[in-house]
Design a protein around this ligand. Structure first.
Ligand code: ADP
Length: 915
């Protein structure tokens, strides 16, 4: 068969199946309605026995009565009725009475044959629950008198229900066939409600919010429990019927509660106040009713009208509110449910009418059908709601993706020109000798850093939002981190009437493992806020730790201010995206409302915590607690002021690298970028080739072996990744296994892994920072780079020229190491004096012992420390001594030692006079 024939055949089968199902359904319905009954009612063994019944009155008179009927009787009065048994009684037959809340005795020919009461088996209550009471008969009983005595302490005191004669199986078969359909519906309803409860719980878990439907389902559950507790043959299913009957009434009292909650939820709480009335009534009744029953004061059965009143008021408020909504045209979002509710209420009214008309025989079927109708309607509504919210979610995801893409693109677009600004500016800083121009350039540097910070904030936010964020964990120096915090606090507070206070626990382990950069970002943020939102007073930076897990600590950093504080009602909004509080008051304070939300999300990612304590008008305290692994347990001690300075000089030293033998290819489509990188690489003296596109790059790379290729990712036509693949894939290419580094302005999370996956050796984020570029060169071209001896030589020359003012202190230089803050500089000066006083005896000791190694260590420290205060000439002299020490050049040191010490003493005196 051809393909189209197959398809046609399948379509035919589908149609055929549809028609078959329809015919089968029609046959069943029509057959059951219109064809004669063949039901085996087992009625041959069970007959209603209603003949010749009389009431034996209090005076002993016999008065004929209808059967069933209701006689006048006092509460607790024993009522006697009797008749003669038929003549055709067989062995193994029974006579069966349906008692209702009554204690019962059956006498045959004056002899007690059967009795029923629950006096010994019920926990509380005065009456026995309804029961089918069986008395065995035999042939000899034919024609004898039967007397039925019953009493009740309820309104059922004189109620007479059905009586059957037949064999026991016949009677039960009859009862089951009478109530079977209803029981099946009830059991179905029960299972359906349990199933729906489970489904609702699962949906709650998936959608993380509770569905109103769940409450309707609970309503159904209690309805089915109520009806199930009343089924005809309950006495053969349940062990203790007394307890079961309590459930009849408890369910009746509970039913309005979930129903009203459901209605209130789907009406979005518009009529909360109205619904509270029946709810309060029902809950009150539940408590009082249970109390009265448990202590045998009033029977549940006596309270039935009050229970119906509860359900009635629930119905009334439901109908009223729905009708009001209908009139106000507010029904549209739950119209389907409204139809369902009307259906249910109609069935409930029918049910109650049946209850009162039919002498208290609860049918339940009508209500069950009504409930199922409502449930179907509610399920349709829930389905619609879920579909709507899914659609919204999808739209939000699409919007978010578009946003993330937009932000990534924007960052690219913004970073490219900043790249040029930063790079070119760096060249101005390096090459200009004019102090005024250097000043301007420094300002440009500061502004571009701020701009970059802003772009990074927005990027971070978009990364975290789209779940692309990842922490980069590594070993780090806690002292350096806290020192940075201190510097940031000083910088920010400068120029405001704020004094700063730093209190750092000296026992914090010195080396930890974690994402230092991100912790710094969080601390920076809370410090900035503290200063921003404080006009005058004190900002205190505190750091301490708590033991946590086996190999880690909980690093606690807190920033306390005496600023405007936060209103208690604003607290929950504090960490919301783009949320700024008290806008009228803070109009002049710059901010995006992103800082804290990023901080909170970062802390969450670190599995830490951010706590806020604030008193409006008095100040706030933000504390971050982040678990960190400990690498080195040695306490940080007093974070002495040199910890930071070492780094400053370190960077200077790092940049003293040249690699004149190195061949580097730089590829970027943007000529500006190319010239920036070229300029930055100039002092390395490496041989630099450039290419402006992927194709050109591949062509050049196939001609010549490069020590490093810096390859831009995004280029038109033939991008960096394509070029990389060509180079890596060509076995004749000399750079097949070479060092190829991706250049990118899209520094988004996960991109490092992505670039490594493509086959890049590493990635480098634009704007290119001079020191990072140097680091990268040093890392990958280690064999080619070496310290710039020339510079050292120059320095040596200068020092040996001996005509330098060794006591010169360039305050401007010193201040620049202290972020231009006078007070920090003063502290550095003080620390310098302190340190030197410690060094004098040590130097003396090593000098005398000719321990040149340790002599070099101390002079190395002096080189760094003096440079930090701006004494660059003395620093150069120290370098001389350090090198001599390293070279074990005892001759030189012995010759120069006294002068060196004398100079240092003078320098210390000079510094002391400056403080
Ligand atoms: P912003 O960029 O506006 O500072 P944040 O997310 O950092 O954004 O902070 C959100 C809001 O929380 C701020 O606008 C401010 O109203 C409030 N806030 C943050 N820190 C403090 C503080 N230390 N004192 C008072 N209010 C603060």
């Amino acid at each position: 068969m051809k393909k189209t024939d197959d398809k046609a055949f399948f379509n035919f089968i589908k149609t055929f199946f549809g028609i078959t199902v329809f015919i089968l359904f029609l046959l069943f319905v029509l057959g059951q309605i219109f064809y004669p009954s063949e039901r085996d009612k087992l009625s041959s063994n069970c007959e209603l026995f209603q003949d010749g019944w009389y009431h034996i009155t209090r005076d002993g008179e016999k008065v004929d009565i209808e059967f069933p009927s209701k006689l006048d009787a006092e509460y607790g009065e024993v009522v006697r009725i009797g008749t003669s048994l038929p003549e055709d009684i067989e062995d193994n037959q029974v006579i069966c009475f349906r008692s209702i809340w009554q204690d019962v005795e059956v006498y045959i020919d004056g002899q007690l044959r059967a009795s029923y009461n629950t006096k010994d088996s019920r926990p509380f209550g005065k009456n026995s629950a309804f029961w089918y009471v069986f008395a065995d008969l035999n042939k000899e009983d034919a024609g004898k008198t039967v007397e039925y005595r019953f009493s009740s302490e309820s309104k059922y005191a004189g109620s007479i229900r059905n009586c059957y004669i037949g064999d026991k199986l016949g009677v039960w078969s009859h009862l089951i066939s009478e109530s079977g359909a209803r029981t099946i519906i009830i059991i179905f309803l029960l299972f359906l409600s349990i199933f729906c409860i489970v489904v609702c719980q699962i949906l709650n878990g998936i959608y993380k919010k509770s569905l109103p439907l769940a409450y309707l389902v609970w309503t159904m559950f209690f309805c089915s429990i109520w009806m199930l507790s009343e089924v005809e043959f309950r006495q053969i299913i349940f062990k203790n019927v007394s307890i079961l009957t309590y459930y009849t009434y408890l369910s009746l009292m509970v039913i309005p509660i979930p129903l009203l909650i459901y209605i209130n939820d789907i009406q979005n709480g518009r009529y909360r106040k109205v619904h509270i009335i029946p709810l309060t009534y029902v809950i009150g009744m539940l408590f009082i009713g249970t109390f009265l029953q448990v202590f045998n004061i009033v029977e549940f059965v006596q309270m039935l009208p009050f229970m119906h009143l509860g359900i009635g008021t629930a119905i009334v408020t439901t109908i009223t509110t729905i009708t009001i909504d209908m009139v106000k045209k507010q029904i549209s979002d739950y119209f389907i449910v409204a139809v369902g509710v009307y259906g249910l209420l109609l069935s409930a009214v029918g049910e109650m009418v049946l209850y009162y008309i039919d002498l208290g025989v609860s049918i339940g079927t009508v209500l069950a059908v009504g409930l199922m109708f409502l449930l179907v309607m509610a399920i349709i509504k829930t389905g619609q709601d879920i579909m709507k919210s899914e659609k919204k979610k999808q739209e939000a995801i699409v919007a978010r993706e578009a946003q993330a893409k937009f932000l990534a693109n924007m960052s690219h677009e913004i970073r490219t020109p900043i790249n040029a600004v930063v790079g070119m500016n760096e060249m101005i800083l390096r090459e200009s000798t004019d102090e005024t121009i250097k000043d301007y350039a420094n300002n440009v540097k500061r502004a571009s850093n701020m701009l970059l910070g802003l772009v990074n904030d927005i990027l971070d936010f978009s990364k975290i939002e789209s779940g692309q964020f990842e922490l980069v964990e590594a070993e780090y120096d806690v002292a350096s981190l806290l020192k940075d915090g201190q510097l940031i606090l000083n910088t920010r507070a400068a120029g405001k009437k704020i004094s700063v206070n730093v209190d750092i626990d000296e026992n914090i382990p010195s080396k930890l493992y974690g994402d230092e950069l991100r912790i710094k970002q969080i601390i920076t943020n809370i410090i900035s806020n503290a200063v921003k939102y404080t006009e005058k007073g004190v900002v205190t930076l505190r750091a301490t730790y708590k033991d946590n897990a086996e190999d880690g600590i909980l690093l606690c950093v807190s920033v306390k201010d005496t600023g405007i504080g936060i209103k208690p009602e604003d607290m929950p909004k504090l960490f919301d995206n783009f949320k700024r509080l008290e806008l009228d008051k803070n109009r002049t304070v710059q901010g995006t409302g992103l800082g804290l939300s990023i901080a909170k999300q970062l802390v969450d990612l670190m599995k830490g915590e951010i706590q806020v304590n604030s008193e409006y008008g008095k100040g706030s305290e933000f504390t971050i607690l982040v678990p960190q692994k400990v690498v080195n347990n040695k306490p940080i001690g007093n974070i002495d002021l040199y910890a930071k300075s070492e780094n400053v000089v370190q960077k200077e030293e790092n940049s003293f690298f040249v690699a004149e033998d190195a061949e580097i290819l730089v590829v970027d489509d943007n000529a500006m970028n190319l010239s920036v990188i070229k300029a930055l690489l100039k002092r390395t003296k490496a041989n630099i080739d450039t290419a402006t596109g992927g194709k050109e790059c591949v062509a050049m790379a196939s001609e010549k072996k490069y020590d490093m290729i810096l390859l831009d990712h995004m280029m038109p036509d033939f991008d960096g990744v394509a070029a990389l693949k060509m180079i890596r894939g060509d076995k004749n290419n000399p750079n097949k296994d070479g060092i190829i580094i991706a250049l990118t302005a899209n520094a988004i999370a996960g991109c490092r892994e992505q670039y490594l996956e493509y086959g890049f050796t590493d990635y480098f984020s634009k704007p290119v920072q001079a020191d990072k570029l140097d680091e990268m060169l040093k890392k990958y071209l280690d064999s080619k780079t070496h310290q710039n001896e020339e510079i050292l030589e120059n320095e040596k020359e200068e020092v040996t020229m001996n005509n330098l003012d060794l006591l010169e202190i360039d305050e401007k230089l010193g201040l620049s190491y202290c972020m231009d803050m006078e007070d920090v500089y003063k502290e550095v000066l003080g620390a310098f004096v302190e340190q030197c006083n410690e060094y004098f005896p040590e130097l003396d000791k090593y000098y005398k012992a000719k321990d040149w190694k340790n002599y070099a260590i101390i002079t190395h420290a002096l080189k760094t420390n003096s440079l930090n205060i701006g004494a660059s000439n003395f620093s150069k002299l120290s370098l001389e001594h350090e090198m001599a020490g390293k070279a074990e050049n005892g001759e030189y040191i012995e010759k120069e030692y006294n002068t060196y010490i004398e100079t240092l003493k003078k320098l210390v005196n000079k510094v002391e006079s400056m403080i």
